[in-house]
Structure formats: C-alpha cells, structure tokens
Design a protein around this ligand. Structure first.
Ligand code: GLN
Length: 301
C-alpha cells in the first residue's frame, strides 16, 4: 500500500487497493464499504460525492491519513470508532467507545413503534439509550411525542445529548441512572423501549469483530443474557399506562425466553418480530389494565 504514496492516486484505485489489503488482514464482511467510509471521512465528503468523482486525485497527506486509518482498521478497530460517526435511521450519530455502535437491526424496533397507534403526544421512554439512537429516531419522526432517554453511563447520556443537538432534536429529556431509577420522579408512559445488554457472558462472539471494542457493560448480562431484560420486564408494567407497550430488543435465540418473561409479568399481545437477517430480534407486549395507576409506582425502581 505504501507504494501508492510515491505516485498520484485517485479515489477509485485507492479504494480497490485498500479493500484488497483489508480483506487480507481482517475478516470483515464488507471491506469495500469499510474503505469507502474511511476515504469519505479522510476527504470530508459524502459517499455520493465519492461515487460521482471516483477519479478525484488525493494529496499525499490525504493518502497518508487514509493509510493510517486503514492500518488501525486492519487491527479490528470498528469503522465507526475510526470515523466517530454512525448512520442510524435518517440520522448521523456521534459514537465513541463508551457505548454500543448502533446496529441496523435496531431500526426494526423503530419501524415497529412508528406503526403503532399511539396518542399524538405519546410519552415514550428509551431505557439504556447509549448514543440516543432509538430515542432520537423516534423524536425525529414524531416531534409531538415526549421522549425520555436514560442510561446508566453519564458518558452515554452526554453523548446522546450531543447527538440530539447535532440533529436539531430539541425537547427530549435525558437522565442518568440504572433503568427506571434514572427517572427523577415516577411517571407513566405509553411505550417503553429498550435495547439492553443481552449477550451471555460466555458467548464466543464477544471475542470477534466490532463487539471487542464496545463496553461489556452495554453487551453482557447474567442469567444467559436475560438478567436485564427480566429486570426491565418486572418493573415496566408499573410505569406504563393501561395497555401501554413494552418493546425489548434481544438476542437471535432469546425470543421464546423473552415471550415467557413478558407473559409471566402480566403482559398480553406478546409477540416477537424478526430483524433484517430474519432472526427474532425483539419482543413486544401490552401492560394489563385494571391497576390503580395513582399508587402503583410506590417503591419505584
Ligand atoms: N445486537 C448486538 C450484538 O449481537 C448486541 C446488542 C446488545 O447487547 N444490546 O452484537
């Protein structure tokens, strides 16, 4: 690759050579897309610019900057950590090592939630918001909703707030704390969504790919990955209006377990839905009615 620096090099040639090089060093599904993202980041250009002007020549400094990113990518550092950005829904989000990198499959939860018949000014809670991905995507589509986002990590909360600002999404509330105890006072929601940690601590996938660079606290949960899903499901009913929805992301093989958890906690209309890869990826349910909503939050989170 260094040979490229001794001659004039265009985007197209550099992306092909970079992708071949990356393929040799790293088991990535999409070397060419990775390289395109790194080149666009180096040149501060969009991917459409890149596609339109593939014969654009790079300066030696630009080629050098790209090569140093490529070297780090070869060691496995996620593209999103190298560029500091990740697209989610229609938004561009800042990402860093304090949270999960938003996954395309999580957009399936957003799509499902937008298909529900919720009130015009619905109150919505995103637990474990990380970059703010789900909360911000919902707020961008439903500006009249009151969206509340919470995370245990204060770095994640700061990141999510920055992402709200950079996408001009105002009016969300952000809180730091563990699950429902992050809320400054008890209140009810029409919908609670969460993409909590759900990977079994002994899962071998934790040693592969991008997850090696993400915080374990955002990935791993005890009890075969179900502990946090369970603790959210146990309390969610108390924070939902009658017939309010809970929408939980989970592992590809956890659908049956999460359905059982929700049913055991009194939810009805319990159903799992698939992600883009046809794996069961999230399960939903509605809170049973009949409670006195005035005092049910006593004892809180
Ligand atoms: N879906 C992610 C993965 O399998 C994990 C996200 C999570 O634990 N919430 O890598």
């Amino acid at each position: 690759m260094q040979d490229f620096l001794s001659c004039e090099v265009d985007l197209d040639a550099l992306s092909v050579a970079g992708a071949l090089n990356l393929h040799k060093h790293l088991n990535t599904e999409s070397p060419l897309v990775d390289v395109e993202h790194l080149l666009c980041h180096t040149l501060s250009c969009s991917r459409s610019f890149f596609r339109t002007w593939p014969d654009q020549l790079l300066t030696t400094e630009q080629a050098q900057a790209f090569l140093s990113l490529l070297k780090r990518r070869e060691t496995g550092v996620p593209v999103a950590h190298l560029t500091g950005r990740q697209g989610f829904w229609t938004l561009e989000l800042e990402v860093n090592a304090s949270t999960l990198i938003p996954r395309p499959d999580t957009e399936c939860l957003v799509e499902y939630i937008l298909s529900l018949d919720l009130p015009e000014n619905a109150q919505v809670l995103d637990l474990g918001t990380g970059t703010g991905a789900i909360a911000l995507a919902l707020a961008s589509e439903r500006p009249a909703w009151q969206v509340v986002a919470a995370d245990l990590s204060d770095q994640a909360v700061s990141l999510a707030k920055r992402n709200a600002e950079r996408n001009n999404l105002l009016g969300l509330e952000f809180y730091c704390g563990s699950w429902f105890s992050a809320l400054p006072q008890p209140r009810h929601f029409h919908l609670i969504v969460s993409n909590p940690p759900y990977i079994d601590p002994s899962d071998k996938h934790l040693d592969e790919g991008d997850v090696r660079f993400e915080p374990l606290s955002a990935l791993v949960a005890q009890n075969a990955g179900l502990a946090d899903l369970e603790s959210i499901a146990e309390k969610a009913g108390r924070y939902l209006f009658d017939s309010g929805w809970v929408v939980l992301e989970h592992g590809y093989d956890q659908g049956a377990a999460v359905r059982e958890i929700l049913q055991r906690n009194g939810f009805y209309s319990v159903q799992s839905y698939k992600d883009y890869g046809s794996n069961e990826r999230f399960t939903v349910g509605q809170a049973s009615g009949g409670h006195d909503r005035e005092d049910l939050i006593e004892g809180g989170a």
